[in-house]
Design a protein around this ligand. Structure first.
Ligand code: PLP
Length: 419
């Protein structure tokens, strides 16, 4: 029965039932964590071979990988990922273990030095469009660097383009964050049409940048591979070749803490990025890059490994969706996404109750991502969104955490309904 169809007496009885269920939950003394989208130990084990892949001949393409240099990264590895990311190999840079640091550095370089041919962003106000809910660490970069964030709604096929069009008339709007495939946290995929619109947008800032973070480019949860829109090609065709900066990494392909990151863009953007990183480093960890090239072998080798990740991840997502549907569905107190890839399920509870749910869960020993984390400045205007990260805990812990979370959602909804 949906809550709004209950009489006052029935509501009181429902609330009492949820209070009892919550008291039982607290008694259980749980200690569970579904906060961050980390691969599980089983997933990391899939790349155990990376640690023993022979690289003792230590030469790739005539380069001694043990030495300094090679700022663009190993050609052998870039060739594999150029194909998967749909970019020309000479427009792809391979770096160290975190694409987030490439995003951070790109923005710092633009702030301090400007983009190719442009003036330093720091010389004026800088604003970014932040499709929300979105990735909290993107927003943290902006906040840390004093960039004003403007939330725009993240829809099923990408950002709300009507809002985007309106905001880019402001010359201070220098960028937009986009996770094109299996967005964090909604799982949305940016359609070809939205990508083409982003590519051809008339922006007041000539140095406007799309930060195209393709962190989940090959992270399908079904056996149907979803191809990302070709933002580099689309922008180039639209006469804005320098507009996109694409990022990706092997963090959720091989080892989250010891993977390889990638940046792609126009030849001018790549030269610009390398000119700044050349001051910052004498070259990336090419030993790790060679290990990756040999361990993964080919684009198909990457897809085969992703299929093994899927075998571990898909049942966890199924369990999360089953529990949400069984426990919350009948009461009409929440909606949630059904992602076909990526690392998250985005749950919207009754307006004004997300913080209460997260607090209730914490007091029952279940750690959730803080309410509001997926919004700029941590402020969810409707206080309703909760990000669920099913990957890390073993199945038994995940289902326990989800059952507990459902109890907290129902209790908070009942409290709100009687108030
Ligand atoms: N981008 C998105 C959208 C993510 O969800 C994550 C991790 O959760 C990252 C980037 C982090 O990438 P990396 O490990 O390459 O820094």
């Amino acid at each position: 029965m949906t809550l709004d169809s209950l009489s006052r007496d029935q509501l009181d009885a429902f609330l009492a039932e949820q209070q009892q269920a919550y008291a039982d939950l607290q008694q259980a003394g749980l200690k569970l964590d579904i906060t961050r989208g980390k691969p599980s130990a089983d997933q990391l084990d899939l790349s155990e071979g990376l640690l023993t892949t022979p690289v003792e001949d230590h030469v790739s393409d005539g380069v001694d990988v043990r030495n300094y240099g090679g700022g663009t990264g190993l050609a052998e590895l870039r060739a594999i990922f150029a194909e998967l990311l749909g970019v020309p190999v000479d427009q792809l840079v391979a770096g160290n273990n975190a694409s987030l640091s490439m995003m951070h550095d790109s923005i710092v370089f633009a702030m301090l030095h400007g983009t190719p041919g442009g003036s330093p962003w720091k010389d004026g106000p800088v604003k970014f469009l932040c499709p929300s809910p979105g990735y909290d660490r993107h927003f943290a970069i902006c906040e840390h660097l004093g960039i004003e964030m403007i939330p725009v709604a993240m829809l099923e096929d990408g950002p709300d383009m009507a809002a985007v069009r309106e905001h880019v008339a402001d010359p201070a709007v220098k960028g937009i964050w986009i996770v094109p495939t299996y967005a964090n946290p909604t799982g949305a995929v940016v359609s070809e049409q939205v990508a083409a619109e982003l590519a051809s947008l008339d922006t007041a800032a000539g140095d406007f940048r799309i930060f195209w973070d393709n962190a989940y480019a090959v992270h399908d949860l079904t056996d149907q591979h979803v191809k990302s829109a070709d933002i580099v090609g689309l922008c180039s065709a639209a006469g804005h070749p320098d507009r996109p900066l694409m990022f990706a990494s092997t963090s959720k392909i091989t080892l989250a803490g010891s993977g390889v990151s990638f940046l792609a863009g126009s030849p001018d953007n790549v030269a610009w990025y390398l000119s700044h990183t050349a001051v910052r480093t004498i070259g990336p960890d090419k030993v790790n890059q060679l290990r990756h090239a040999r361990f993964l072998g080919s684009p198909q080798g990457v897809l085969d490994l992703m299929a093994r990740h899927r075998e571990i991840l898909a049942p966890k997502f199924e369990a999360v969706l089953r529990i949400l549907s069984e426990r919350l569905g009948p009461h009409d107190v929440a909606t949630w996404t059904t992602p076909k890839g990526g690392y998250f399920v985005s749950l919207d509870v009754v307006d004004g109750t997300a913080s209460r749910v997260v607090r209730l869960a914490k007091e029952a020993g279940i750690s959730l991502t803080p309410a509001g984390a997926s919004f700029p400045y941590g402020k969810d205007p409707r206080d309703r969104n909760i990000r669920i990260a099913p990957s890390f805990p073993p199945m038994a812990e995940l289902t326990q955490a989800m059952e507990g979370l459902a109890t907290c959602v129902l209790l908070a909804a009942a409290e709100k309904a009687v108030s």
